[in-house]
Design a protein around this ligand. Sequence first.
Ligand code: AHM
Ligand code: MG
Length: 329
Amino acid sequence: MSAPTLNQYLAQAQVSVPLQHLLLQVSVACKSISAAIGKGALAGILGQAGSDNIQGEEQKKLDVISNDIVLAAGVNSGSIAGLASEEMDDIFPLPDGTPLGDYLMLFDPLDGSSNIDVNVSVGTIFSILKKPLTAQSVITTADFLQAGSQQVCAGYAVYGPSTLLVLTLGNGVDCFTLDREIGEFVLTQRGMTIPTDTKEFAINMSNMRFWESPVRRYVDEMVAGKTSVRGKDFNMRWVASMVADVHRILTRGGIFMYPYDLKDPSKAGKLRLMYEANPMSFIVEQAGGASTTGRERILDLQPTGLHQRVPVILGSKNEVDLVTSYHHE
Ligand code: AHM
Ligand code: MG
């Protein structure tokens, strides 16, 4: 029998019908973004949009296009109670007449967007929560501020040589590949697992002078390799698209770090808890890896704001445990 399409897979899985609708709409959004990225300069969509997002970062045209596509997917699913995006200051006001569903979705429509103009992999990350029982008829920001451990689903698409969709529903991690000839995501890997040990690390080394001493010590030891207490040599990779770096770790192991740094002490790191750290931590843990801030498990953090930033250390369990133990010494 041939491998199931996403549609067939969701119908077989123990997934509520509204969540199936939402995930199918998200997958359609990912196909549209993949098509737009594939056209690139031919469609005149590379370069800056001329606006800034809430974080004061310059938006690319494709950031704005991707954001609109994912918002429409959420609205069209009929399963959404609320939507929040890395690219928008506040939660999205659903258009009048939108049927109100039970799910909240937070997303980074185009992660790694500094890589768009140089034709390097980028992606879409999403996190799905249940609307809290205490929610009123009008959804508020507070309804979204749930710990990552409350996620019912998380996933990412990576737009690389192939377009992939990686999903967890809290029961392992499965990977789908977009078959462009039939226009469907087809299951190509069930039960992705991250090896416990690794010889590969990912970190932006140009920030070294801003790191705290536990990260500095950990990276120094890996760089010293065989001559250090580690007794083995390490290799380094940094795509600068979290989706691509995390996907490599899900495929062959590794550790990814965007740690706390003193570059801008008010920010506590670069990556965003709700749009990047939580969904990726859920996926990584479901694949047998670990994810911490260096001090605490990311999925246990009680969010304080939609756009909150956190340090992120995730991947092969033994390495994450080691660098986390350095923070506790
Ligand atoms: P973005 O969501 O604005 O693209 O920013 C997040 C990205 C991550 O994908 C990546 O890990 C990191 O920023 C790269 O940062 P740097 O430019 O410091 O290497
Ligand atoms: Mg991002």
